[in-house]
Design a protein around this ligand. Structure first.
Ligand code: DGY
Length: 328
């Protein structure tokens, strides 16, 4: 880092983190917590870059070019709490002289668990059923009531065969006897595909056309904006289920709601939304979508592990080393 500080480095945590991690952070650094636990504004983040040695944002903080429009900021690292970092303009961060880190690996299993939860909920109409019971509208068992889709033994299509996609594939394959197919824009090591006997397909379209369940695991941001569009939804089977635990902007939400209502596909399980926490009214209105409030990594063990990973990155950085999880 070069300019070692005599006193403890000043670190800003933009949201409340699990207690154990906050306590450890306070022992090590001069920590400021955003006690209100609401997302910080772009202006507040810009100011923070001048006031702190490290800023630790989350997925719900927008660290865009405007937030990073600072000349010679005091902060030299954005140690993000989370694996996805499309909320950070990494080019602008680099220009401002900031190192960016994330927290991969520790949340893969937990997020994959939620993808499977969404798959089952959407396929077996669990959200719809629960709403019916709670509304006092259930009239009793009958052979034709709330018929869903059987996913066991079907084809599990993964778009983005990284760590989380592969964990989801393991659960689908070993837990539900599903055949795994995938597309990834980057080469996948054969031994990683072999874990689940996963077969590569040469395009997104090929996976969409063949899969009974399509699970999205690619990064968000401009490059994958509305990758799942009206045209691509039309390629899916009418019985298919779409699961998104990646980033909201990957799916055109209005197009998805229209496809669900038209019967182009059977159901969707969504944990992430473009512009969240706002959700397009069309998705809120359809019974065929299961909607969760971005819970992919939401277990205490995982959220703590994410915190420890941020601490590892900060420690390496303040020692003058390259943090293990440097992404920019
Ligand atoms: C991430 O880490 O990117 C998730 O979306 C939040 O855990």
């Amino acid at each position: 880092w070069g300019n070692a500080v005599a006193t403890k480095p000043k670190v800003l945590i933009t949201r409340r983190w699990p207690e154990a991690v906050e306590a450890k952070l306070k022992e090590t650094y001069d920590v400021t917590l955003n006690e209100s636990d609401v997302p910080m504004t772009v202006d507040e983040i810009r100011q923070a870059l001048n006031d702190y040695d490290a800023v630790c944002p989350t997925v719900s903080d927008k660290v865009d070019a405007a937030a990073l429009a600072v000349e010679a900021p005091r902060a030299k690292i954005l140690a993000s709490y989370g694996v996805g970092y499309s909320h950070i303009d990494t080019e602008a961060a680099k220009k401002a002289g900031l190192v960016v880190t994330n927290t991969p690996e520790v949340l893969s299993g937990c997020t994959a668990d939620l993808a499977i939860t969404l798959m089952l909920m959407a396929a077996r109409r669990a959200g719809e059923g629960e709403r019916e019971v709670r509304a006092g509208k259930w009239t009793g068992w009958r052979p034709t009531h709330m018929i869903g889709t059987k996913v066991s033994g079907g084809v599990f299509g993964v778009l983005g065969f990284g760590r989380i996609g592969r964990e989801a594939a393991k659960r689908a394959h070993f837990g539900f006897g599903m055949k795994v197919i995938y597309f990834d824009a980057y080469p996948v090591k054969p031994e990683l595909a072999a874990e689940t006997g996963a077969e590569a397909r040469d395009s997104i379209e090929a996976v969409l056309a063949e899969a009974d369940v399509v699970s999205l695991h690619m990064p968000g941001g401009k490059e994958n904006y509305h990758l799942i569009s009206t045209e691509r939804l039309k390629l899916m089977k009418p019985t298919a289920i779409l699961v998104n635990t990646a980033r909201g902007e990957v799916v055109d939400g209005v197009a998805l709601a229209a496809a669900l209502e038209a019967g182009t596909i059977a159901g969707a399980g969504l944990d992430v939304f473009e512009g969240e926490p706002k959700i397009v009214p069309e998705l809120l209105a359809t019974e065929k979508a299961v909607l969760l409030p971005h819970l992919g990594s939401a277990t205490l063990a995982t959220r703590e592990a994410m915190g420890w990973r941020v601490m590892d990155n900060l420690e390496a950085f303040f020692k003058g080393e390259t943090p293990k999880d440097r992404v920019a």
